[in-house]
Design a protein around this ligand. Structure first.
Ligand code: COA
Length: 184
């Protein structure tokens, strides 16, 4: 299914486009973001890091892979991408089906919780999924809180190397039944 534009009270979640490259490069090239991420992300972040990544994601989507990738845009703002959420609903969830980050100036305002609420609705109401998995570095308290606030149940720990040195990841499951029950 094509990725729809989603809307929340304060945000537009719009499908990733090549024109988002400069904003992603500017906002993502930040150790305070990267240190929480799996070590597969290149660091130091190359000057063409965002372009390489965006082209790779768009190629996968054009090739028919079930991959949904949104950029977060503030309503009433300049229209720039201030964050990303990618979601692979049918992929093997061993290391999680979803990833997200938000530009540091916008942290702690509830924005990612708001965005993930819309993505969970998409997953369970639009796609009709039964469940999916999500992960975060065991020391990533902000990501853990977003998960706790958006219906995730803790499953256990897996081994995963992160840039900040953390080798453990918390694994969670998000289930449709619980999501729909708690939304009403
Ligand atoms: C994770 C991230 C997307 C959260 O975005 P956000 O919009 O700030 O999240 P929200 O405001 O919706 O919720 C954050 C929650 O974490 C809490 N929090 C944030 N930093 C914290 C910290 N250092 N210690 C404890 N709690 C923290 C906030 O208080 C809030 O919880 P509350 O509503 O109960 O007070 C953002 O911090 C980020 O991009 N981090 C770097 C990249 C990353 O970690 N991505 C996820 C990889 S799994």
């Amino acid at each position: 299914m094509q990725t729809p534009q989603l809307e929340t009270e304060r945000l537009i979640l719009r499908p990733l486009a090549l024109s988002d490259v400069p904003a992603i490069q500017r906002n993502f090239d930040n150790w305070n973001i990267i240190r929480h991420l799996a070590a597969v992300v290149p660091w130091p972040y190359p000057a063409d890091g965002a372009e390489t990544f965006v082209r790779m994601q768009l190629d996968k989507i054009s090739a028919g892979e079930e991959l949904h990738h949104w950029v977060l845009v503030l309503k009433g703002g300049a229209g720039e991408a201030i964050g990303n959420i990618h979601f692979r609903p049918y992929a093997d969830g061993a290391k999680g089906n979803r990833g997200f980050w938000l530009a540091e100036p916008y942290w702690r305002r509830g924005l990612m919780t708001e965005a993930i609420t819309a993505v969970n609705d998409f997953a369970f109401v639009t796609l009709g999924l039964d469940h999916f998995h999500v992960c975060n570095a065991a020391t990533n308290q902000a990501s853990r809180r977003v998960k706790q606030k958006t219906g995730a149940e803790f499953v256990g720990f897996i081994e995963l190397a992160h840039h900040g040195g953390q080798t453990k990841s918390e694994k969670w499951i998000v289930r449709r039944e619980a999501w729909l029950r708690d939304r009403t």
